[in-house]
Ligand binder design. Sequence first.
Ligand SMILES: Cc1cc2nc3c(=O)[nH]c(=O)nc-3n(C[C@H](O)[C@H](O)[C@H](O)COP(=O)(O)OP(=O)(O)OC[C@H]3O[C@@H](n4cnc5c(N)ncnc54)[C@H](O)[C@@H]3O)c2cc1C
Length: 438
Amino acid sequence: MSIDDLNVSTAVIRPGDSDWESARRFHSGIGEPAAIIRAMSVDDVRGALRYAAAERLEVMIRGGGHSAWGGVPGGLTLDISALDDIAVDGTRVRVGGGAQWGAVAHTLAAHGLGLSSGDTASVGVGGLTLGGGIGWMVRAWGLASDQLVGAELVTANGEVVEVSDTSHPELMWALRGGGGNFGVVTRFDFEAHHLPGVVVGVYGIEGDAGPTLRVLRDVLAAAPRELTVTYMDVPPMDPSAPAGASITAVWAGDDETAARAALAALAAAPGVSEREFGPQDYPDVLMEAPEFDPEHPMPGFVGGNTLLPALDDDAIERLVAFRTQNPASVVLLRSLGGAFGDVAQDATPFPARDATWFAMAGAFDVPGMLDDDARAAAVQAWADIEAKGSGVYGNFIASADPSVAARMYPPATMARLAAVKRQWDPGNIFCRNHNVQP
Ligand SMILES: Cc1cc2nc3c(=O)[nH]c(=O)nc-3n(C[C@H](O)[C@H](O)[C@H](O)COP(=O)(O)OP(=O)(O)OC[C@H]3O[C@@H](n4cnc5c(N)ncnc54)[C@H](O)[C@@H]3O)c2cc1C
């Protein structure tokens, strides 16, 4: 098919073209698609889908480019990162389907507003929101997808539809956690919240983290929902955070006294030292993702994630032991509950609204660091932790394995998603995602 037949403002980029090398890079690697189209408009998206249909290419939608699907060979990469307009009208925010969260946070801050996103500026609004989105205000305002009130979507057959709770409500339901299975979202509509600023506390932990995590759990059980925390224990090899165990706490709002009171028991716990405490602008809290280095790609890891209804003493012990037994490993905990738990389970496809903590652990699978016995032990140790959970969060599974979706959605949710998929993408053109089969 020739570009003239597409009626688009942009070129089809193929291997050998001058911008091929830059176009095929994504956050964590270098892709090998059959072709790339960088859409500049909704019409370009429609043209690209016509091209994919004519050439019988699977479509990989690329927004922020942070997922693992950029690495799956073949297919058409539909790069929508240029669709990044952000328009604020009162508390209603309209965000282009390819925008990044850092830009959204900066635009909203100028209006005294905020949305809960993730922890990283360059992550895409599209992938994070459609999969759920656990961020710094998850206890105050819920998931990123809980703030979504509408969308403009280009369907598999090129139709442009407005989606909301009153216009195609089942499709709206599916967009709040069902991933990029149903079409290309060219505009997200969010309802933002007043946010004068945030208060941030960072605490280092010396010695056994177990007792501190028990204090942290009890602090969060009693804390106002303005408080959200992340616990991380990372080895020196991980470029994403300072080595060792630490807790970062973010208070949604500028009330330093209330934030300090909520964190008092944690700050006073043995082995805990306050590294920083004070007000910040929310956009400054979002991190920059480490640059991808083709010479030193991030290794895979053995482990996983789970949504825990309770962070009981046994779960704490097992997570701490996972980290101790695997010198090159990461353990992460993020607090949930609050507004996240206010949403009824069947109101969105996101699993486990009963969860009060999100847990993730992984031992880096580096040759020479993880022998067969250690790998088997890590697999079993993680399985024992995951057994305590009531769901798995797909956005943190950097794998294109087709079996992942069945682990993410309970059978009734999957059946409901499949019904929506049959209506809007019966040919499964949008299959490069945690795929819902039509
Ligand atoms: C450094 C880093 C930090 C992260 N931090 C967090 C965090 O704090 N909280 C959290 O919840 N997650 C986090 N994640 C996970 C993140 O939510 C997922 O990787 C997500 O898929 C990234 O979205 P993206 O748009 O950047 O990626 P992309 O690779 O561009 O998109 C991923 C998938 O989303 C779908 N998609 C994207 N945009 C659209 C659209 N407009 N229309 C339809 N489908 C679309 C497609 O199926 C696509 O394959 C993080 C990931 C990384 C790498």
